[in-house]
Design a protein around this ligand. Sequence first.
Ligand code: PGA
Length: 255
Amino acid sequence: MKKHAIVAGNWKMYKTPTEGHDFVKDFVNLMLNIEDMEVIFCPPFSALFNIDVVLKETPYKLGAQNCHWKNEGALTGEVSVSMLKNCGVGYVIVGHSERRHIFNETDKWINKKVKAVLIGGLKPILCIGETLDQRKSNETKDVLFYQLKEDLNGVEKLEDVVIAYEPVWAIGTGETATTEQVSKAHKWVRDILLDLYSQDIAKDTSIIYGGSVKPENAGELFEIKDVNGFLIGGASLKIDSFKEIILTVNKKLKV
Ligand code: PGA
């Protein structure tokens, strides 16, 4: 039985600040009972400001989708960890596949971001995952090893780090990885953490899955032993689907 779960909604570049605030307000008004779960909204930067006012005294947390590793500077278009913290942000998604593949973020940058987030007192949600080509050529485990080793270089403790396994080919495609593929990949991640850290760290680190999670598949995916929750894109943009996934996970936590 699992004791705790994390469900994060990655809005990507969707929702204006007004739409985002309204969405969160409506969500809070549902008064869901979400004990033993962390539910995190990750709006675009523009919608972060003042949204913490709506989330105050609710069980919900706020996350950002990216950050720069420097505290301030002449870095047009970038946002620092302290700026996010000032908006009430608790989590930062780092190394999302869209950042890696569309914006050419390197593992070196991702490593700097992970460290900056931790130093700033926030929690990184570090995304890793293989492309379809890499999967087809049986490189998935090697890719996960390389990404974890590089992205966590110099990070000694993982108690504030969440790992999100997100196969690139399953993101936004409607094509979810099979339970067998997810189960294998999450087990590999734990084995790699055992290699790089220790048995306790491998056992205790939260590993969430992302890639076309929807109400219809959330239940069976959450039943997989090494899955501690989800990072959700498309299905987090609608109240009904996000709520359904949260309730499904919550129900499974209680059995
Ligand atoms: P998706 O996105 O749920 O729309 O596939 C997941 C993600 O990008 O984190």
